[in-house]
Design a binder for this molecule. Structure first.
Ligand code: DMJ
Length: 581
């Protein structure tokens, strides 16, 4: 390469300064082209956002356990997958007054929460909705703002979108009071939020910020066996002393696949895909090795790559999005090479879930009403074998949507039936409690496999039921509601899949229950107990998923079905839509 002399360098420098003044720093972080088959339609003539790089460049950091050959992102033409959404047709009532009023009510709840976040917690992670202060559980990088960007876009709050997005692309991810970050949460909330905001707006600065964050998170894979730990500790990463965890939630390292795949698709960089493909290969290798072959336990030893250390099997807390991402990865890869592995794992795991984890509860309902199901937890005992505990969780309510998506894309009718019954189960449980909201964790009387399962008051009481709980429930072990989205998520997907308009009434009842029992002077708050009559106790917490997920799903169900069509987008576990390409 020729040496640039001083005299010849001056005009080049002048050009560089001019470019800097015109386009900010964007030009200094080139985004390489994605493979043709993943190119998105958007090309902005005049981007509005100006990217500011963080003060530490992780892409230049040393890899202590480098990789000889990278697995490449599958290319080639996509497979035409079956349609996910119901054929709504042109006669669909796009803006009937009732639905429109409901959509506006959701919008108002969002704006109320967002305005208080702006006023009291701008650029902080979370608003405290009772005290009108803030807290920073996720590194202090504006978790609520990053998480809410795509909702702002969908709700057509564009001016707020651009103000927030500019603040987000100015975030310095190298500045935090913490020594490290929660890898899973930062991936699903921050990286997922940035990628979907880019997919919707086409603003290149958002992709540059996503890439910069991706480079930081990628460092977590720099361990002896390339399995990431639960925390990304910055000094450990810089000094090459990271190790995978010995008992980490199985969902954590396994649900970075969508975000890293989308980042690889958009940047053309195989390293992001390679990182998560090694985790996929481990899951595939170990699927039959656990105490409940076909499923992975709630915690995994990623360091020794053993799935035999724990005997608990659930699709709720700790494990949920491991399963959720199996069909979603197939969709994100549009069935290309590599996607088959996700289909195979999904089919096998769901056979076990259907056989072992799902149960029909014994409840007082009209036998003519559509069937309902819940997902419990299986403990595999050394001698007695698997035992199903009829413990439901709000977190496992996402499963209705998962079965519906899997049922559609893989053409499995039984999964459509199961998905509907699971979604309806959660919707029904909301209505069963006096607040109109279901608890975080609860136990129900299980029906036997074959029996008719008619209401039996004596049996309910024998198993621990009493008048303080709705019939059929025997405890509310964790009676909180923390503004979670999973129940409305599945009802929304069921609506988009079936077009059944009565689901919007169910959603409206759920929304009213939530608003009534969580409203504070400034926004909405997690509550201590959904089983109470009258006033609820507020826990002064509003996690970012309230704006990113819960209100988004409510808004979408009352919007025309082509707003974020499930045939064009696939949503990550934080409800961030990624473009299907
Ligand atoms: C969100 O962060 C995600 O949906 C995650 O998968 C589970 N927990 C919360 C919402 O409940």
């Amino acid at each position: 390469m020729a040496i640039i002399r001083r005299s010849r360098a001056a005009p080049l420098l002048a050009l560089a300064v001019t470019l800097f003044l015109l386009f900010g720093l964007e030009w200094s972080v080139p985004v390489s082209g994605p493979p043709t088959s993943y190119r998105t339609a958007q090309k902005l003539k005049k981007p509005r956002l100006h990217f500011t790089p963080s003060s530490f460049n992780w892409s230049a950091a040393e890899q202590w356990y480098p990789i000889a050959t990278l697995a490449s992102l599958p290319t080639g033409p996509p497979t035409q997958l079956p349609k996910v959404q119901h054929e709504f047709g042109t006669h669909h009532p796009r803006k009937d007054p009732v639905t429109e009023a409901r959509r506006r009510a959701v919008l108002d709840a969002f704006v109320r929460s967002w305005e208080s976040y702006k006023r009291f917690a701008w650029l902080e992670d979370e608003l405290t909705p009772v005290g009108a202060e803030f807290k920073n559980p996720f590194g202090g990088w504006a978790a609520t703002m990053v998480d809410a960007l795509d909702t702002l876009w969908m709700m057509d709050l564009k001016e707020d979108f651009y103000k927030a997005a500019q603040a987000v692309v100015d975030i310095d991810f190298s500045k935090t009071d913490e020594s490290g970050v929660n890898l899973f949460e930062t991936t699903i909330r921050h990286l997922g939020g940035l990628l979907s905001a880019y997919d919707l707006s086409g603003e290149p600065a958002l992709l540059s910020k996503a890439r910069e964050l991706g480079d930081m998170l990628y460092m977590a894979f720099d361990t002896p066996n390339r399995m990431p730990g639960f925390w990304l500790t910055f000094e450990d990463a810089k000094n090459g002393i990271q190790k995978a965890g010995t008992s980490d939630p199985s969902a954590a390292p396994t649900s970075m696949s969508m975000e890293f795949t989308r980042l690889a698709q958009l940047t053309g960089e195989d390293k992001y895909y390679d990182a998560i493909d090694r985790v996929r290969a481990f899951l595939e290798r170990s699927q039959e090795d656990s105490h409940l072959p076909g499923m992975w336990p709630s915690q995994i030893n990623f360091a020794s790559q053993s799935v035999r250390n724990v005997n608990t099997f659930t699709i709720g807390a700790l494990a949920d999005s491991l399963y959720e991402y199996l069909p979603k990865m197939y969709v994100l890869l549009s069935g290309r090479a590599g996607a088959k592995s996700y289909e195979k794992m999904y089919r096998r795991a769901m056979d076990i879930v259907a056989d072992r984890l799902l149960f029909k509860p014994m409840v007082k309902r009209d036998p003519e009403d559509p069937p309902i199901l819940f997902a419990g937890t299986v403990y595999v005992h050394h001698e007695a074998g698997p035992h199903l505990n009829g413990e439901g969780q709000h977190l496992s309510c996402f499963a209705g949507g998962m079965f519906l998506l899997g049922g559609k894309v893989f053409g499995i009718k039984e999964h459509l039936r199961i998905g509907e019954a699971l979604a309806r189960g959660c919707g029904w449980a909301y209505g069963a409690f006096p607040t109109g909201v279901m608890p975080e964790i609860f136990n129900m009387v299980k029906c036997g496999a074959e029996e008719e399962c008619e209401w039996d008051e004596a049996r309910w009481k024998e198993e621990g039921g009493d008048a303080r709980l709705p019939p059929g429930f025997i405890n509310a072990r964790d009676p909180r509601y923390i503004l979670r989205p999973e129940a409305i998520e599945s009802i929304f997907i069921l609506y988009r899949v079936t077009g059944d308009e009565s689901l919007r009434d169910i959603a409206w009842d759920m929304f009213q229950g939530i608003v009534k029992s969580t409203k504070t002077q400034y926004a909405y708050s997690a509550i201590a107990d959904v089983t109470v009559q009258g006033e609820t106790r507020k826990d002064d917490s509003m996690e970012s998923f309230w704006l990113a997920e819960t209100l988004k799903y409510f808004y979408l169900i009352f919007s025309p079905p082509d707003l974020i069509s499930l045939d064009e987008y696939v949503l990550n576990t934080e409800a961030h839509p990624f473009k299907r390409t």
